[in-house]
Design a protein around this ligand. Structure first.
Ligand code: SF4
Length: 375
């Protein structure tokens, strides 16, 4: 992965329907869409002095960026370029849902400068999409991914492990289907049901539909084996890519590069300080109107904690972290946590080679046991 300049994240908090498992800042429908994008444009303009080097990436996340009128995204992209500059080969990603991605919408996204699509597929089995209340069925997802690959080349798809009713075989079939469609990037997340009341109720009624931790780990290993065998090695705990197709934008979060976040609930990091925008639509718009920015929290980590956070994020990557950085973070821990970390290494969760420290395969599956010590 290359070292780039800063990135910009733009939150698009609109969705046609709320999925059962959603924990993002997202509203159903397009109410207030025009006023929201006006506020985002104003926020960008008023923060134009925050960085001096041109943007290396733009990421439209959500919510569902593909659901809004593409002209809205174009206005934001234009004001980002006008305010900060944009490198010539900038990566411009938009997240999209399969049922929005007809040829016309794909063309409009391409015309406004999007050159990478991240499609929320979640599963290629209809019976698994139903409890998630996704809008699309498996066929629509297959067609959307194929159309996007044809037009963009650089396409990522998301899948989930642990969907009610999913089996080892059905997940393998979803992975195979996507890998066979020509995607260059795959993200696979564990479904978190604790914050999804409908799924918690379903688990109470039909516990057999849900996988236990061991089964989830087996499925993750299946994904890893299938993706690697198809030429998409894993480069982060939840991400696989054909070499050269790693997400430049998301890599900024893992390597500690600056990212400016715009829009409701967006987060910014300038290399030292983390700032969070208001997560409430009305408050966000009011703060932008009154002050030009919408920060409601700001925290500069003390040096030891910043070092540890950097190492924690770096350990998510298959490339791991430089041994010197790891040692400095380790030395900043109190005695008890340092001994616990050494125990994890002795237990085989971490390995050292070539001057770097990495999570082992087992360490990746049990990464929270390492990360919790570095927090
Ligand atoms: S599409 Fe994504 S952001 Fe929108 S409701 Fe579903 S999970 Fe939430």
């Amino acid at each position: 992965m290359r070292d780039g300049g800063p990135g910009a994240y733009v939150h698009v908090p609109f969705c046609a329907h709320r999925c059962t498992y959603c924990s993002f800042t997202a509203l159903e429908g397009l109410n207030g869409e025009a006023a929201y994008f006006d506020a985002v444009v104003e926020e960008i303009r008023s923060r134009r002095s925050e960085i001096v080097t041109p943007l290396d990436t733009i990421y439209f996340g959500g919510g569902t960026p593909s659901y809004v009128e593409p002209g809205r995204l174009k206005a934001v992209r234009d004001v980002l370029e006008e305010s900060f500059g944009l490198v010539a080969d900038a990566e411009v990603t938009a997240e999209g849902n399969p049922d929005d991605l007809d040829d016309e919408r794909l063309g409009a996204l391409q015309a406004l400068g999007v050159n990478r699509l991240s499609i929320g597929v979640q599963s290629l089995a209809d019976a698994e999409l139903t409890p998630l209340e996704r809008r699309h069925d498996a066929d629509a997802a297959r067609r959307a991914v194929s159309r996007a690959v044809l037009r963009f080349g650089n396409v990522s798809a998301d899948l989930m492990i642990g969907i009610p009713g999913q089996t080892r075989e059905s997940l393998r079939s979803s992975v195979d289907g996507l890998l066979g469609s020509g995607i260059g990037h795959l993200s696979v997340y564990l479904l978190e049901i604790e914050k999804a009341p409908k799924l918690v109720a379903l688990r109470r009624e039909q516990p057999d539909l849900f996988a236990d931790d061991d089964e989830m780990a087996t499925r993750w290993e299946d994904v890893d084996a299938l993706a690697s065998a198809s030429g998409l090695p894993r480069y982060e705990v939840s991400n696989w890519a054909r070499p050269g197709f790693e997400s430049r934008h998301n890599s900024k979060y893992w390597d500690g590069s600056p990212v400016l976040g715009f829009g409701v609930a967006a987060h910014s990091f300038d290399g030292r300080t983390r700032r969070a925008n208001s997560g409430a639509m009305l408050e966000y718009a009011r703060l932008v109107r009154e002050k030009g920015s919408a920060f409601v929290s700001e925290a500069a980590l003390p040096p030891g904690a910043a070092q540890r956070e950097r190492v924690l994020l770096g350990l998510r990557l298959s490339a791991g972290v430089a041994e010197g950085a790891y040692e400095a973070a380790r030395a900043s821990l109190g005695r008890i946590d340092r001994e616990r970390l050494d125990d994890r290494e002795a237990a085989g969760l971490l390995m050292r080679s070539g001057g770097r420290v990495r999570l082992t395969r087992e360490g990746t599956l049990l990464s929270n046991e390492v990360f919790s010590l570095l927090l």
